[in-house]
Ligand binder design. Structure first.
Ligand code: MN
Length: 293
């Protein structure tokens, strides 16, 4: 390969913090000073809930009503069930492998909880939440909601029983994913059997990273253990992913950067400070709608 994209950093999971009482997450970016604010643009935030066991409870754990504006929240469940309700009246439950892709855009209130029946039994939770930024031209679009079931993903069977690539957004080997995004985004789950040796290729300017969800892998010959994050330099296209020792699941993210100023504050991601002030004003004036706790 003469067009290999090199690894910029391999990042172990930073110390965990709780989001509400239901999501114990490791924030790979933009917190913790590991990467600059726009390093993974269009992806603005990645919270990773590594596997954790929640005991049974009659009162579901989670995060109460809160607003968002200016971006999309993409929640992937790997283990456990997450329920969502928002002020546009949309709601849904995602289970293992499913994705909920909420376009906050001009503004929604939502709440995110462990699903009620799942909570009564308790169990292992493992999830990812991404914030995907919106370009200025779409920040004030109407909100949207895409429930994406695992069976609806594009599915690529790798040759020689190496495993599968589930395409959530973008396309791999000509197979497209179901998610609508406002700027080019590639999002896949590589579910690899032991002994796989697979190439991925993205345009050089696309910001690109892997998150190892299960197992351990080699990335361009460097070992990467479970729960570690790999950030790639923008110096080539091809990435080699191998599983010499065991089967593995890897979340693959790549996207065309949005080259616009960014002003994030709390639950809002806008282009200017004035727009942040406006967001708080609109929120305080009830313009994000109504949602019961
Ligand atoms: Mn939220």
């Amino acid at each position: 390969m003469n067009n290999l994209r090199s690894i910029e950093k391999i990042i172990p999971p930073p110390p965990a913090h709780m989001v509400g009482d239901g999501f114990r997450v490791h924030n790979f970016f933009p917190g913790n000073g590991l990467m600059s604010l726009q390093r993974m643009s269009p992806f603005f935030l990645l919270d990773y809930g590594a596997k954790v066991e929640y005991p049974p409870t009659d009162i579901p754990r989670g995060v109460g009503v809160h607003p968002h504006r200016g971006f999309e929240t993409v929640t992937i469940s790997y283990q456990g069930k997450v329920a969502h309700h928002d002020s546009t009246g949309k709601s849904g439950v995602i289970g293992e492998g499913d994705v909920q892709w909420m376009t906050a855009a001009s503004g929604v209130l939502h709440k995110e909880y462990h699903e009620e029946e799942w909570s009564k039994k308790g169990g292992l939770m493992q999830m990812v939440q991404l914030w995907v930024n919106l370009p200025a031209a779409h920040k004030m679009d109407p909100p949207g909601y895409q429930p994406l079931r695992r069976e609806d993903y594009g599915l690529v069977f790798l040759p020689k029983n190496q495993g599968t690539v589930e395409v959530i957004a973008g396309s791999y080997k000509g197979v497209s994913g179901p998610a609508h995004s406002f700027t080019p985004v590639e999002m896949y789950n590589a579910r690899l059997n032991k002994g796989a040796d697979v190439l991925f290729s993205f345009p050089q300017q696309y910001n690109t990273a892997f998150l190892v969800i299960e197992g351990s892998v080699l990335v361009n010959d460097d070992p990467v253990p479970t729960d570690f994050f790999v950030l790639f330099a923008n110096d080539g296209q091809e990435i080699r992913l191998e599983t010499p020792d065991e089967s593995a699941v890897v979340l693959i993210l790549s996207g065309e950067p949005i080259n616009e100023p960014i002003v994030p504050y709390g639950p809002f991601v806008m282009n200017t400070k004035q727009e942040i002030i406006q967001a708080y004003e609109d929120f305080n004036n009830g313009k994000f709608g109504q949602l019961e706790d």
